[in-house]
Design a protein around this ligand. Structure first.
Ligand code: AMP
Ligand code: FE
Ligand code: FE
Ligand code: ZN
Length: 287
């Protein structure tokens, strides 16, 4: 009997993953995970479907969403868990982000066209299939046309920050995002701290301290790309600031083919206590 495990960070077809919420739950069942959280970018519309499948298949499903926020001219990702799915303020905030994506994506299409790459906004929407349309979908369209040979080339030449067709989109500040999550009754968790871009002279602890003051409740210590040493350092940080410990793989299905649910690049194990900790902190009211 494998040790009880969970995966609290994954994406479905509602954002840039390639499995539906139901398929994610089926995969979790196959992999003998006891709990998962669906954390699509900028939407929790898939959570209800995942919860239904979870109830049928005996996999605990926690509500979640991942938000990319502006920090030090770069981005930091915040996860929100266990909010009330009727949380209107959070939904309104997310809708603003989705509108910001539409505005940004139209400008990216224009830039690509100016660069001599005929792509239409409609075909990007068709590839995305849902309302949260992101650069991964645009990368897939560029691939489909043969304009690039890989995602790396798509991002490196065109879509990454600073590349030829890059356009900024609306993002909230970390403090505003944490406040929005708290007001929705949710638990704000700092995603993959390894990828937090620090200002000169600043430490991760400085960032964590500021976010804790704003209402941060947890830190994603276990993650596909964290080394054992990094995980140990994040666990220590969580202990010092009395933060919940969470973990997830960032599973995206075929859009990140090296990452398996619950296992990351292979050896990751995320203890079920991470999911239980979130539920307990939410007072059992994890909708
Ligand atoms: P968006 O939210 O539409 O701005 O797109 C962000 C997503 O694009 C991230 O969640 C990543 O999955 C992906 N992404 C961003 N930068 C890169 C990169 N340099 N290489 C590959 N994927 C990237
Ligand atoms: Fe993504
Ligand atoms: Fe992320
Ligand atoms: Zn993610």
């Amino acid at each position: 009997m494998p040790m009880a495990a969970c995966d609290l960070h994954m994406h479905s077809t509602y954002s840039d993953g390639t499995l539906t919420p139901r398929q994610l739950v089926e995969r979790a069942k196959e992999l003998e995970l006891q709990a998962i959280a669906l954390t699509d970018h900028d939407t929790f519309d898939g959570v209800e479907q995942a919860k239904q499948a979870g109830a049928e298949l005996g996999v605990k499903v926690l509500s979640g969403v991942e938000i990319s926020v502006e920090y030090a001219s770069k981005t930091v990702h915040m996860l929100a868990y266990c909010f009330d799915s009727g949380a209107d303020r959070l939904r309104q905030g997310l809708e603003k982000l989705v509108a910001g994506r539409t505005e940004r994506n139209l400008k990216i299409v224009q830039k690509l066209n100016e660069l001599g790459l005929p792509v239409s906004y409609e075909e990007i929407l068709a590839v995305a299939g849902g309302k949260v349309v992101g650069r991964p979908h645009i990368a897939n369209v560029l691939l489909k046309h043969g304009y690039v040979a890989s995602w790396d080339e798509a991002f490196g030449k065109y879509l990454a920050r600073g590349a030829a067709a890059y356009v900024e989109r609306l993002r909230f500040s970390p403090v505003d995002s944490v406040a929005m999550i708290c007001q929705a009754g949710g638990l704000a968790v700092l995603a993959h701290p390894k990828f937090v871009a620090l200002k000169p002279g600043e430490t991760l602890e400085d960032v964590v301290r500021a976010l804790v003051d704003a209402g941060l409740k947890g830190i994603e210590c276990y993650y596909s790309f964290h080394t054992p040493e990094e995980t140990a350092a994040y666990l220590e940080l969580a202990r010092r600031y009395n933060l919940l410990v969470t973990g997830g793989t960032d599973f995206h299905g075929a859009n990140k083919p090296d990452i398996e649910m619950g296992r990351g690049l292979g050896e990751l194990h995320i203890p079920l206590s991470c999911a239980q900790g979130l539920e307990a902190a939410a007072g059992g009211a994890c909708l």
